[in-house]
Structures are given as C-alpha cells and as structure tokens.
Design a binder for this molecule. Structure first.
Ligand code: CA
Length: 230
C-alpha cells in the first residue's frame, strides 16, 4: 500500500485509474492542474506522484522541474507521446519512470511498486532504528522502549531519530541545531539541553544516571544501548 498522488486533468483517465489503484490497495489522491498538484505534493507528502505531461495550466515537464527543485518524491510520468526524445527528456528532468498512454492500472501499479522499492525508506528495508530496547519508526513516528510506547513531541522525535541513526557517535549540539532545528549558525545550546532533558525524562533516565543518552561534556551527546556500555 502506498499513498499516490495522481496529477491528471482528463476525467476519463483519472476516474477509472483512481478506482483501479484503490482496488489494488493504494490510497489515491488526485489533482487536475499542475499548480494544485504541486501544492498537494508538498503539503500531503505522497509516497509517489503520477504526473500527466499534458496539463491545462502548465506543461508537466515544467512542473516536474519545479517539483524536483523542492522535493525528492518519486515521480512516474504518464505521457501520450511515445517518442524517444520526449522520454529521455522527462527522465533527464528527474522522473523515476514513465508509462505511455494508454496504459493499464496493472502496469502503473507494477511500476509504482518497483520505483518505491528503489526509493529511500520506501518498501524494504524497514527504516525502523533499533538501539538496545529502543525502537524508532520514522514511518509512524512512534517510539517504543522495551515494548512500551513513549509519547514524544515532533521535535523530541526528530532529535531522538537523529541520534538513534548514529548510535555510539558523539553528535555536537551545533549539528543538532542545524539538522534537527534547522538553525544553521550558532543558536542557543540551551534549546538542545532543554529538549534533551525532556527526552531523558520520557525515556526514564537522567543526566546523572544515563542509560541511552550520554552527555559528552563540552562536545555533545551520544546515544548508545545500555548493553553496549555494559
Ligand atoms: Ca492531459
């Protein structure tokens, strides 16, 4: 099952395609103009975009370029033009694959699954990070510790995910500010300290008696399985 966004203005294509893709277990949203499609792609963050090249307000290739400037979402282009030059152009413009009209839902579904398998975090492998008894799942944004759910704010989740992706490594506060808070220069270290202390409390530990989160004085913080430190 994937969340697909179909950008297609032709109702005679769109309606049956939506139905067929839903029957195959996908969640399908649709847009009928390039600008609505661009907005939906950015706001709804689908797993994959199916993009018609002939749209009323903008050429699909232009939309592909705009989308590629701001997003890495996989894109399959649906083209009525079965011509080599056109296909090379859309692949060069950042499309992951293409289908030539008329195409069946079965073909599109197979190509979508193939593209998603190659996409980072799509299909396999499971992107869940496991450090000791801690499981951090970026898809559902859920965290469990020794099997029990831990309720985190979005920022705490991002902070924990960043650290859990680098187990055993010291991560500087500057890096956390820039990667998690997206504050490129300076910023207040206190922000990081405060969130780390909230995170510690939720994980049932403290700076004095750390289990997973170890402060490295003057440098940053390291997340490590308590089993690793013995
Ligand atoms: Ca069209």
């Amino acid at each position: 099952m994937a969340r697909l966004l179909l950008i297609e203005d032709d109702l005679t294509i769109r309606t049956p395609l939506i139905r067929a893709l839903r029957e195959r277990g996908h969640a399908v949203a649709a847009a009928s103009t390039a600008m609505a499609g661009l907005r939906d792609a950015l706001e709804d963050r689908p797993d994959l975009v199916v993009l018609d090249l002939g749209l009323p307000d903008l050429d699909g290739r232009e939309l592909l370029r705009m989308l590629r400037a701001v997003s890495a979402v996989p894109v399959i282009v649906a083209t009525a033009r079965d011509d080599e030059t056109e296909i090379v152009r859309v692949l060069d413009a950042g499309a992951d694959d293409y289908v030539v009209k008329p195409f069946t839902a079965a073909q599109l579904d197979a190509r979508a699954r193939a593209v998603l398998r190659r996409a980072p975090g799509g299909g396999t492998p499971d992107p869940t990070l496991v450090v000791g008894g801690l499981r951090v799942d970026p898809r559902s944004r859920q965290v469990t510790l020794d099997g029990a759910q831990v309720e985190l704010t979005p920022r705490e989740f991002d902070l924990l995910h960043h650290l859990a992706a680098r187990p055993g490594q010291v991560v500087t506060k500057r890096e956390l500010l820039s990667e998690v808070w997206q504050i490129p220069y300076g910023g207040a270290d206190k922000t990081v300290d405060v969130h780390l202390s909230w995170l510690r409390r939720k994980l049932g530990e403290s700076a004095q008696e750390p289990r997973y989160l170890h402060t490295v004085r003057g440098v940053g913080v390291r997340l490590e399985s308590p089993r690793a430190t013995g």
